[in-house]
Design a protein around this ligand. Structure first.
Ligand SMILES: Nc1ncnc2c1ncn2[C@@H]1O[C@H](COP(=O)(O)OP(=O)(O)OP(=O)(O)O)[C@@H](O)[C@H]1O
Length: 337
């Protein structure tokens, strides 16, 4: 369990004081993949650097398994760092070492015997599917393979926590999928806790259990990924969601003469199995014209979006909207007559 409480960090520059982290509170459960998403400058890297013990926060605590990392003395820093693995956007591999040499490096620093190192490296390369590349140099690998070396190296000292800093941002879609699948697999096999920072909502949608949305150093929204998709509260969250699920009315439909009240309905899981729209029409004597609809898949859960043009008297429309809302659908009124 990771408990980040009241974390704050200011930078004092010639231009003035900049608040990079502003009272950040996050709890991550063991074995969870927790995403932090935000635009450039939101404070994501600063958050990772404080978790990584590369920077001290001005205030707050980071408690991992009962120990407050912000209170760790210099002598114990290395021990604690070993328990937190890290992977990077640009891999940070040693170009003059082979794949084997790169994965072996943290074990050499930890003082493991040659025999033990060889065994451990062989196990790690097997785990990430790179046994046949052991004697290659980083320059001879694809981006996805380089990141898998980075993952093997990060796992060398058996960390309980893995920090991922934009680890798929410079990869093509196929390699991104392979790396994300690998992260999911090692989480399952090793019961790792993963904190992942990204500016890509696709990554959050694919592998995160929960997510925090960051803006200007603050967490502005937080929750289960599926709940955030179904019912985003903040404009920034909606903007991120629209990068993966574009639920705006397609352009060609913008000119259609709307007859009644336009609403966007989002539904997921159980509610996709109920005939709520036909119930709405029958119960409240409304006409519902479906202008647009799509069903996406979020981590195996169907997530649907419909844009309806509801026609009827005002009171029936209000009651109908209430009915949909009471039945677990998330609604947004787009425009009225
Ligand atoms: N060492 C530093 N000195 C001064 N200001 C800094 C320093 N590091 C970060 N900042 C500032 O703190 C704010 C948060 O930066 P941070 O790098 O954490 O954001 P980010 O969300 O990771 O952005 P990006 O996605 O572009 O990497 C920014 O306004 C940045 O300019």
């Amino acid at each position: 369990m990771i408990e980040i409480s009241g974390l704050s960090k200011k930078y004092h520059t010639a231009q003035g004081t900049l608040t990079a982290l502003d009272n950040v509170n996050i709890q991550v459960k063991e074995g969870e993949i927790y995403g932090v998403i935000g635009p450039s400058g939101a404070g994501k890297s600063t958050l990772i650097r404080t978790l990584n013990l590369l920077e001290k926060p001005d205030q707050g605590s980071i408690i991992i398994n009962g120990q407050d990392l912000t209170k760790v003395t210099a002598g114990k820093l290395r021990n604690n760092r070993e328990k937190i693995g890290m992977i990077f956007q640009h891999f940070n591999l040693l170009t003059s070492r082979t794949v084997r040499g790169n994965v072996s490096f943290p074990l050499e620093i930890a003082g493991l015997s040659r025999n033990k190192r060889l065994k451990k490296v062989a196990y790690l390369l097997e785990l990430v599917g790179l046994t046949d590349r052991a004697d290659h140099y980083p320059a001879e690998l694809s981006g996805g393979q380089k990141q898998r070396v980075g993952i093997a190296r990060a796992l060398a000292n058996d960390p309980g926590v893995l920090l991922s800093d934009e680890a798929t941002s410079s990869l093509d879609p196929e390699s991104t999928e392979a790396v994300l699948n690998l992260l999911k697999r090692i989480r399952d096999e090793l019961n790792l806790t993963i904190i992942l920072i990204t500016h890509e909502m696709d990554v959050i949608k694919d592998i995160c259990d929960r997510v925090a949305v960051m803006e200007k150093g603050k967490i502005i929204e937080e929750g289960k990924v599926i709940d955030l998709f179904a019912n985003p509260q903040q404009n920034l969250t909606r903007r991120f969601i629209r990068t993966v699920i574009d639920y705006n009315l397609p352009e060609g439909l913008n000119n259609i003469k709307q007859q009644g009240q336009l609403i966007r309905v989002s539904f997921m899981g159980e509610s996709t199995h109920q005939p709520l729209i036909s119930l709405l029409v029958r119960k409240f004597h409304l006409d519902a014209n479906i202008l647009y609809g799509r069903i996406d898949d979020i981590q195996g859960i169907p997530f649907g979006t419909l844009i309806l043009d509801l026609e009827g008297d005002d009171q029936s429309i209000s009651k109908g909207i209430e009915f949909l809302s009471n039945n677990g659908l998330s609604l947004e009124v787009l425009a009225g007559e």
